[in-house]
Design a protein around this ligand. Structure first.
Ligand SMILES: C[S@@+](CC[C@H](N)C(=O)[O-])C[C@H]1O[C@@H](n2cnc3c(N)ncnc32)[C@H](O)[C@@H]1O
Length: 231
């Protein structure tokens, strides 16, 4: 049984302190998302962040998208508690929390508005194939017409040597950031055990098969890829 209070290897209360030492260019992934949405949906009025974790993405987005209501969703109560602490001073017209819920269970009748943007950052790679399909399908269904879905995930390069090289680079990154070697080794062993990456082509194929009119990749660094799709 997992000793942590969410699907990541970090306790929710420790997440913000350790995530940048774990994921290379974490802040850049989020700011690139801001840039993408400022380009494609600058007037977004309703934005769902599923797998919101402690809420860093929405903290970045709140001052940049002043007309938007942000809906926060995550299956981990502990993560939602951290996010609620972060946003204690934000007006309820700007921010709504769903009860603990995974993406697959999100449906229109529990949302306060139809999202024109849905972000899912590093939160669907914990799912198996069927679970991932359900998660993406639910996001597609509740997304408004012409809405934009953004997803980041750890990916599989398909070729064993490419994965090995990428994992070694990732381990080096974490050690350079000061993470203890035993934690780094345990993190590297999560590939295919603690999270279940699929290839870039499989991502694009799933997005198209789900019904998105357009699907592309807009970010790749180390083993993290960012995709966006338009309904
Ligand atoms: C690595 S954290 C990412 C958090 C946040 N998006 C960020 O960028 O910092 C992964 C998050 O995914 C959530 N998660 C796990 N399974 C999920 C699912 N089925 N649907 C949505 N979120 C999920 C976890 O609770 C956790 O908060």
């Amino acid at each position: 049984m997992s000793l942590v209070d969410n699907a990541t290897p970090h306790m929710a209360k420790d997440y913000d302190g350790v995530i940048r030492a774990t994921i290379p260019f974490y802040d850049l992934m989020q700011s690139e998302t801001m840039d993408l949405i400022e380009t494609l949906k600058p007037d977004v009025a309703c934005w769902l962040d599923t797998g919101c974790g402690t809420g860093h993405l929405v903290e970045m987005a709140l001052p940049r998208f002043r007309d938007a209501l942000f809906i926060m969703a995550d299956p981990s109560e502990a993560m939602l508690a951290e996010a609620k602490r972060r946003f204690a001073n934000i007006a309820p017209e700007r921010l709504k929390f769903l009860p603990p819920i995974g993406s697959a269970a999100i449906a229109a009748d529990i949302l306060p508005c139809p999202p024109q943007v849905i972000t899912a950052v590093l939160c669907h790679h914990y799912l198996d194939e069927a679970g991932r399909q359900r998660a993406v399908r639910s996001c597609f269904k509740v997304l408004a017409r012409a809405g934009v879905f953004v997803q980041f995930e750890n990916i599989d390069f398909e070729e064993a040597s490419l994965n090995q090289n990428a994992l070694e680079r990732w381990a080096k990154y974490q050690k350079d950031q000061g993470r203890p070697p035993a934690q780094v080794e345990s993190h590297v062993r999560r590939f295919g055990t603690g999270y279940f990456p699929i290839t870039i082509d499989e991502h694009l194929e799933l997005l198209r098969r789900t019904g998105f009119a357009t699907a592309g990749m807009f970010w790749l660094s180390h083993m993290q890829a960012g995709f966006y799709a338009v309904k």
